[in-house]
Design a binder for this molecule. Structure first.
Ligand SMILES: [Zn+2]
Length: 139
């Protein structure tokens, strides 16, 4: 559900994220699409339009996440929450490989990669090219 987020708050969220998607690390400058301000906990689930509940997101991650908070993962499958950009450290849950692939370091990382389709073929190819061009850094 679209909601109004003041320009000043949008700028703050973008700057805090260093103008890169907080899920897949794609830099805004490497995308044709305007990045979005995403509710980490969606309004549907009671999330507020406050700075601590907002993340900078590329349109692909935002669309794939939707209002979801987690997904089923593991064996046996259990409900696992997604990576939370305000509460979690990216490197604790993921590693960006030189191939452009995002490798999970935790069940939360695994669930987020699956739920947001972080390793879709086009994104992996784009990240690999951006790493080779030194626009993105492997972690
Ligand atoms: Zn993204």
């Amino acid at each position: 559900m679209p909601s109004y987020i003041p320009v000043k708050l949008r700028k703050l969220v973008a700057q805090r994220a260093n103008h890169a998607c907080e899920y897949c690390l794609l830099p805004q400058k490497a995308s044709f699409f305007v990045f979005q301000i995403e509710h980490i906990i969606s309004k549907k689930h009671g999330g507020a339009s406050e700075v601590q509940n907002l993340a900078y997101s590329c349109p692909i991650c935002n669309r794939n996440k939707g209002t979801d908070l987690g997904t089923l993962s593991g064996n046996p499958q259990v409900l696992t929450r997604f990576f939370h950009p305000r509460n979690d450290n990216w490197e604790a849950h993921f590693t960006l490989d030189s191939s452009g692939e995002i490798i999970p370091n935790s069940e939360i990382g695994k669930a987020t990669i699956a739920g947001l389709d972080l390793n879709n073929v086009e994104s992996v190819i784009d990240r690999k090219k951006l790493i080779q061009a030194a626009i993105m850094k492997k972690t």
